[in-house]
Structure formats: C-alpha cells, structure tokens
Design a protein around this ligand. Structure first.
Ligand code: SMG
Ligand code: MG
Length: 369
C-alpha cells in the first residue's frame, strides 16, 4: 500500500468526572488521532501521549514532533508491504513508544481493511467478547468509593481496580473488602512508593488482592524483585515495561507475576503481541491496560485483548465511563455479564464520527507525499 497522506489531530476530550491518581488529577484527556490514507483506504490510530509528562515522559507535543519530523517522513510515499516494513523504516528512532504506537495503529487498521479482515483476527484474536473491568480514581472518602463500586458492579463490570497513594491506601482497600468480600479487586500505585514502605505491602497481603500494579519506581525492575520476594500478592508491572526485553528482564528477575500490556507504552500492537506470546510461553498471565482512550484507541485495545493470554479483565470500560459522547459509532458498551463485544467489521470495526472528531480537535496538520 502506497501511503499518500497522513493527518495528525490533537484532540482534547472532557472527562465525565475528574480522575485522581498518585500523579495528580485529570479533568480532560489530550491525545493524538492519526489518520493514514493510501490507495483509497483510510486507517485510524490513537497516540496515548497525554498533555502532561506525568505517567510517561512523552506528551502530545513530543509525540507530534517525533511523528512529524521522523516517523511520518520515514513512511510517506513508500509502497509498504505491511506494518513490519513501516516499523523497520523508523526503527532508528529510540524510545517515543506512544508516538510510534499511534502511527502503527493507523497502519494496522489500514492493512486490515485492505484485506477486509477485522483487526482482532489480523492480530490473532480468538474471542468475540473480552472481560472488562473499571479503574477508579482516589475518592474523597471510603463511602464515596463504595458507592462508585456499587454502581459499576450494577453495570456488570467484572473487576474493580482502585488507585492508591501514600495516605490513601489501606483504609480504602479494607473498606472495600469489608463491603465486598468476594470482589475481584486490584490496586494501582503508579510508582508512588519505595522499598521503605514494605510493611504496607505486607499488610495489603491480607486483603486477597489479585495484584498490586507498579508499586515502585516507574523505570524500576530490580527493586520490584526484592518486594515480590517479600509479599504473597502478585506484583504486576505497568510503567516499567516498554518492550519484550523489559518483559524478559522482569520475569527472569521475578519482579512480577503478571504483566499489564498497553500498546502505547510498548510502541504498538506488534511489540504487544511479542510480549503476549512470550508471557504465554512463561505461564505469565497478561491483561490489557488503559489510557482513557477515545473510541478509536479503545477499538484497538479490545481487538488486542481478544488474544488468548489476556486472561484477566482489562482496563477497558464503556465509552460513557469516560466521555459524554465518543468519537466513534457505535460507542463501546459493557454487557451485563461484564464483557465487551469485539468489533467484527474490517479494521478497528467502528466508524469515526467526523462531526464529533471535528468538535474535539484543537490542532490539525496534514502531510502529503
Ligand atoms: O483507561 O480505564 C482507563 C484508565 C486505566 O488506570 C488506568 N490507567 O496506570 O494504568 C494506569 C492508568 C494510566 C492512565 S492515568 C494517567
Ligand atoms: Mg497502571
């Protein structure tokens, strides 16, 4: 496929409620929507770099720079045989996984559409529905949290994840466990702790959590191996894993027993698949993370989560959990049994709502071959 045009859009979407984590409070979400065109086919992708460098060093501005000045020029006007050839053309660029993943996603969509296949099947997906959970930010009180959880359980969600931070941890876990003794519950610290707090993690062992996500440093693998040795609850790494190599290091060092896969964090679906396959071979379960994507990114996440080793429910929630209106048709909904349907149409399998996309676009740039 000869890529004749690439379009970038900086989008900003207001969240239905603020999302509070150990990294701060988010009121809206800024991402980049990537559109590629070639030979009458259009592909869509989403780069999950945010407005701030708090979760990752990447931001919308750095991703835009890398896309405009390095990634797009490396593929524009080229007759690509497949996604692998695109990846090879920009392999010289180090890091900037979210910038790469946005372009790669648009190319996967375009190639899947050109073969009239769904992205799920193209990636090796085996399910037509995936188990989903919800990630809840830090609430003002334990009572507020319990109310939120009740609401999400009523909607069908299979699993609850709560954000924790020093001072806002054990009391929330304990309150939830008291109220919901059998709830599938996990916590995410987003790197807010150090090994000095090992006693807290030992205490968390008593609450039957399915995992503790990224308790220590955001690039760390070594200290996590020391912590995992001392506690029973499985550690799951998120921020520290940028590649298959990081995954191997973490598993060989026994730094975690579970891996969170986010295509944006590891450079795209291709690397995600490598990580997925390696983890399967090591009997390490994976689950799909979330970056509060719009429907475009969400569609790709659902497709990837349909691969066989995505064993635990993902941070993949209904469109309305994030935004009043989504930018795709149909929007994503959760079934009453806690699953989400995997789109079966060509490519990402949803249609972009151009009117809505226009409404949330704050900047646009078009590159032509
Ligand atoms: O997409 O449902 C979602 C959000 C899931 O908690 C979530 N993501 O560390 O896993 C994580 C966070 C990262 C985004 S918060 C800035
Ligand atoms: Mg996380």
């Amino acid at each position: 496929m000869r890529i004749t045009q690439v379009e970038l859009r900086h989008i900003k979407m207001v969240l239905v409620s603020p999302f509070v984590t150990s990294m701060g409070t988010e009121y809206d979400e800024e991402h980049i929507i990537v559109r590629v065109d070639g030979e009458g086919i259009t592909g869509w992708g989403e780069s999950v770099a945010e407005g701030t460098p708090y979760y990752s060093y990447e931001t919308v501005q750095t991703a835009w720079h890398i896309l405009r000045d390095f990634l797009i020029p490396s593929i524009l006007g080229k007759d690509l045989k497949g996604v692998d050839e695109a990846i090879a053309s920009y392999a010289i660029v180090r890091g900037h996984m979210m910038a790469k993943a946005g372009l790669e996603a648009a190319l996967w969509d375009a190639f899947a559409r050109s073969e009239n296949r769904s992205l799920s099947r193209m990636l090796g997906g085996v399910r037509d529905r995936v188990d989903v959970g919800v990630s809840i930010g830090i609430q003002p009180t334990e009572k507020d949290l319990i109310k939120k959880v009740e609401g999400y359980l009523a909607e069908g969600y299979k699993r609850i994840k709560i954000k924790i931070a020093p001072g806002n941890d054990i009391q929330y876990v304990s309150a939830l466990r008291n109220e919901f003794p059998r709830l599938l519950l996990q916590v995410d610290a987003n790197s807010a702790y150090t090994l000095n707090e090992i006693d807290l993690f030992k205490r968390l062992d008593e609450y039957n959590l399915s995992l503790i996500e990224q308790p220590l440093g955001y690039e760390d693998i070594y200290d996590h191996s020391k912590l995992q040795r001392e506690i029973k609850t499985p550690i799951c790494l998120d921020e520290s894993i940028h590649s298959l190599d990081d995954t191997r290091a973490a598993i060989e060092l026994k730094s975690c027993r579970i891996i969170n896969i986010k295509p944006g964090r590891v450079g795209g679906f291709t690397e995600s698949k490598l990580i997925h396959d390696y983890c399967a071979s090591m009997m390490i379960p994976v689950w799909h993370g979330g970056m509060l994507e719009s429907g475009i990114g969400r569609a790709g996440n659902v497709a990837l989560a349909s691969l066989p080793n995505f064993i635990l429910p993902g941070d993949i929630s209904a469109s309305k959990r994030y935004y009043k209106e989504d930018i795709v048709i149909p929007e994503f909904v959760v079934n009453s049994d806690g699953t989400m349907d995997v789109p079966s149409g060509p490519g990402i399998g949803v249609e972009v709502d151009m009117k809505m996309l226009e409404k949330v676009t704050v900047r646009k740039e078009v590159f032509r071959a």
